[in-house]
Each structure stands twice: as C-alpha cells, then as structure tokens.
Design a binder for this molecule. Structure first.
Ligand code: SGN
Ligand code: CA
Length: 524
C-alpha cells in the first residue's frame, strides 16, 4: 500500500481495527533520524578501529547495524556537503559549490520536500550553513552560520533567540522536545539533527574538560610529510606545525596582555562576541580552572621545533576528543529516548558527518582535499526491525546517495535528475551490490582559507586520479593498494600509463553523466 493510500484510508485507525499482526507493522513506514556532525572524522570513532576514541554510543549504532568503510563526500566542505545531501546532486548541479559566495537556491527540489509530499513530517535542528532559510521542513531551528559552542543563537522563522548552555546538549534537547511534541502525530517523521560539534576551534563542554588529558595520542607516521611530488599539498595552509594552527584561538593558550595572538576572535576586548567571550561567568570559571595550569606550564616550557609541533598535536587531539565526548553522550541520550518510547524498532538512525578531517595525517588539521581522511566521511546506521544486514559494508557510497535512499524508504519515486543511488537495497539484502564503478569529486573553494587548490577527481576503490586546476595544472595518481596514506604520486611513473588512460576515460564518462561543465574547460 502506498503511504498516500494508507492515510486516505484512515492511517492508524485501520491498524487498530485489524488488531496486532506483523503484516500491519510492515505497512508502517520507517521513521528516519539523520544525525550529522561537523568535521567528525572516522579517526575519532572507536567503531572505526581507533581504540583511543571512547565512543560507546556511536559504537552501539554500528554494532546494532552497519558501518560503511567506503563512505565519501562529493565536495569536502560544510555548505556544499549539506547541499549535496539535501538534493542528491553534485555541487555544480545544486549550485552550492563553496562556503564563500554560494547561496543555496531553496526553491529547488530537495529530499525533505519530497518526503513531505510522501506523507512525512520533517524537521531540521542545528547547523544549517546554507545562507538561505530552510524549506521543506514542518519545523526548523537552526544555528546562525557556524553557530557558537556556548550560549548559542538559534533562528526559527525569522526569530532569533539565545539559548543558555552548551550547543551539543541544546541541539539534542530541542530534538527530543520535537519528538516528544509530535509523538501522537500519526505521520512517520524524518528528523535531521545537525550538530555544530566537532568544528574548529574544538571547544568542549565544561563538564568534559578533564577527559583525554592523560592520553598520549599516537603521532601519525606521516606527520612530518614533506609533500614531495605533491605541489598542492605543499602549498596548503592547514599545518599543525606552523601558525596555521593558532596557539590561542585553536589551542586556548591565551594570556591577558599577550601581544602576539594571531586571531582576535577567541577573546574580544568587550568580551561579547569572542568564543571565550560567549561564555557566562560560571562557564569561564570552569574553563579557566582547567586551562590556566596548562597555559602556565606551556609558556614556562618554551618549547621549540618538533617538541612544540608534537605538543600542539597532543593539545589538538585532546580538545577535539573532549568535544567528541559530549557528542557521543548526547547521541546516547537520543538513543535512550527512542528506546524508552518504543521508537527504535521502527526508526532508521543514520550517523554521518559533513566530511572527514585530518587528525595530524600529513601534519594537518581541516579537510578539503580529495585525499582519504577528508574525502571519506563516517557512515553508520542502526537498523530497524526487519533489516537483517549487519557489520561492515564495503560498497562505494557517497553523500549524494542519502536523498534517494530516504525517498526509497518513504516509498516515494526517486526523480530522474537525482545523481545519487539508493542504498536501501543493500541494507535489506547482503547479496546486493551498489552498481557503481567509481566516485566523482570536485572541490571549488580557492583562493580561500587553508589555500587548498581547486581540484576534481575519480576514485574506483583502488586508484585515485586527481586534477588540480585553475592557477595550476597538475595531475596526481595514487595506487591505494600499495600506498594507502597517499604519499607517492605515481602519475609520471611509466608503469601506470595505461591505468591513467582508463581512469581518464572513466572520469570523462562521469563528468558527462553528471553534466559537469568543467569538462569543457579541461577536455579529456
Ligand atoms: C571556518 C574555519 C576553517 C574551516 C571553515 C569551513 N576557520 O572558516 O578552519 O575550514 O570554517 O569549515 S575559523 O577560524 O572560523 O574557525 S566548514 O566545515 O564549515 O566547511
Ligand atoms: Ca564541516
């Protein structure tokens, strides 16, 4: 029975006259909770094999469902990723290519609008970052741009309000409130819980400041990468070892009167708009109690060279992981609410991030590159009743696949112009495979912060071919079977010339299929 007919016939009223039987349960459409964090990467999740990460609630999602080991984004940046996710289309097709001068045309087709048509109630709570107001939602409450960690501002229907507290707790409270208010609504729901955490500058909740302080994180083996044979990698500005990572803003080593601070926006003179300035007195007190001894020790140690770089890396990891802790606790809170309200059985819970992130690999923080750590994104799903698939899924999936998957779950038609593929069939049947040979990627935001050059590329599960263009014209090829860390560009290696021809043909096919106008500028 289609959902429309289900409601026309009186929805749940029919169920009650039919009594409790399994066929009726199957008719009831699945709810969807789509949790998306910001800059949360696989290297900060226990379920992805990183034992230093204590993430029991995220691990629970993976253990009671599936974990995708080949999940990627189409453009590794917040706004563009969100636009890909909402539309099921690559950036050139949805029009939102970069955070700086793109505005999301909210009159275009999106999956929440189509879900509404299919009979779902829809809501988004948290980070939005698309510069235009959300459309297609029965309820929306969003942060202002990147949002604030402490006492953040929320916008809803043109109204703004300041909320006391820590952003991850507040987004979860608001999400649970919305579920609670709508629990008698007979329609299935699709709730998007979009966290600000773990975005730079990784400010933890005051209750979590002590977490991870005793952990010494393993230094990535390519922390001191010299970027030989990789021009764009050499010219980036996202290096932990340099001033790209700021001691005050990023690592909180502020001292009153310190002249050399590179960024003004951690602490402002009027203490109103800075990140530290956003805190109330009690929050600042807890913050200072934690950081002051670390600050004192740091300045008296007067570290230099590699010692300083490695100290920065450890502080970065600790602050980031503390911020993850609150996220994981809050995911647990949401899971408990669903469990207590008998919603787990009939709800698909999806957990992902807007992209991956560097945790010191190549010496970096941030994202943007098509290299593995930022091209990939975590994707785990807790399976509802009747979905038997469990464990690791190795199919190549991308964030343009979420929209068609959700529409498929809703029983709605998937419009022809959607470029992603529904992954619902592989969730139901482990013998099925996603029909896709390779993934396409395109990053546009240059010149810009972190100085990552424009590039597009193709990845087929083994080879990754990338073209950096605009102010340069440089190709890179990685054979990930023998070089998983992507340290050796083999584009000019004679052994790979036939592979390059094949990959360029595939790349051209994808650019034609997706209709990316870049092909006219750089014909293949
Ligand atoms: C801010 C950050 C950058 C980050 C972008 C994009 N700088 O500009 O480090 O790359 O956001 O991130 S900050 O000084 O403001 O922290 S995104 O996830 O929103 O795309
Ligand atoms: Ca992000």
């Amino acid at each position: 029975m289609s959902l429309d007919n289900f409601y026309k016939l009186g929805g749940l009223a029919i169920l009650s006259t039919m009594g409790a039987c399994s066929s009726v349960t199957e008719e009831k459409p699945l709810n969807i909770i789509y949790i998306m964090t910001d800059d949360h990467t696989r290297q900060a999740m226990g379920c992805y094999g990183y034992d230093y990460a204590n993430t029991p609630n995220l691990d629970r999602i993976a253990n009671e469902g599936v974990i995708f080991s080949n999940s990627y984004v189409a453009n590794s940046l917040s706004g563009p990723s969100r636009a890909c996710m909402l539309t099921g289309k690559h950036s050139h097709a949805n029009g939102f290519t970069n955070n700086i001068n793109s505005h999301f045309d909210s009159s275009q087709q999106t999956f929440p609008k189509l879900m509404q048509k299919a009979g779902y109630q829809t809501a988004v709570i948290g980070k939005w970052h698309l510069h235009t107001a959300p459309t297609g939602f029965d309820h929306w409450e969003i942060l202002n741009g990147q949002g604030e960690y402490y006492n953040p501002m929320f916008i809803t229907n043109g109204d703004t309000s300041l909320c006391d507290g820590y952003v991850t707790n507040i987004i979860t409270d608001k999400s649970i409130d919305w579920l609670e208010k709508n629990k008698d609504n007979q329609k299935p729901f699709c709730l998007l819980v979009h966290h600000k955490a773990i975005h730079r500058n990784w400010m933890a909740d005051t209750s979590d400041l002590k977490a991870y302080e005793d952990v010494v994180f393993p230094l990535p083996e390519n922390f001191y990468d010299t970027y030989e044979g990789r021009v764009a990698a050499k010219e980036q500005e996202m290096d932990i070892k340099t001033n790209d990572m700021d001691l005050i803003y990023d690592l909180k080593m502020y001292r009153p009167g310190l002249e050399s601070r590179l960024r003004q926006n951690y602490i402002t003179d009027d203490s109103k708009h800075g990140l530290y300035g956003d805190m109330n007195e009690a929050q600042r007190k807890a913050w200072d109690a934690h950081y002051t001894p670390i600050i004192n020790e740091f300045y008296s140690a007067n570290l230099k060279g590699n010692e300083l770089s490695e100290w920065k890396y450890q502080r970065y990891m600790r602050d980031y992981m503390k911020t993850v802790k609150s996220l994981d606790d809050n995911v647990g809170r949401l899971l408990n609410y669903l469990e207590e309200n008998n919603l787990l059985e009939n709800t698909l819970i999806v957990y992902t991030s807007d992209q991956g992130f560097y945790m010191g690999e190549h010496g970096w923080f941030d994202k943007r590159f098509m290299y593995d750590e930022s091209f990939s994104t975590p994707l785990i799903m807790r399976m509802p009743k009747g979905y038997e698939r469990r464990g690791d899924i190795r199919d190549l999936v991308q964030n343009i696949d979420y929209a068609p998957t959700f529409l498929d779950i809703a029983g709605a038609d998937i419009p022809e112009d959607i470029q992603g593929i529904s992954i619902l069939p592989i969730l139901k049947d482990s013998n099925k495979k996603i029909e896709r040979n390779a993934l396409y990627y395109h990053f546009y935001e240059y010149p810009a912060e972190h100085a990552v050059k424009k590039h597009y590329g193709i990845y087929d599960g083994r080879y990754k071919l990338i073209h950096f263009y605009d102010d340069i014209d440089v190709w890179e090829l990685y054979d990930r079977d023998i070089d998983p860390k992507e340290m050796t560009n083999v584009y000019n290696n004679p052994e790979y010339q036939e592979i390059i021809i094949e990959l360029k043909n595939e790349l051209k096919k994808l650019q034609i299929e997706y209709n990316d106008p870049i092909l006219e500028k750089y014909p293949l």
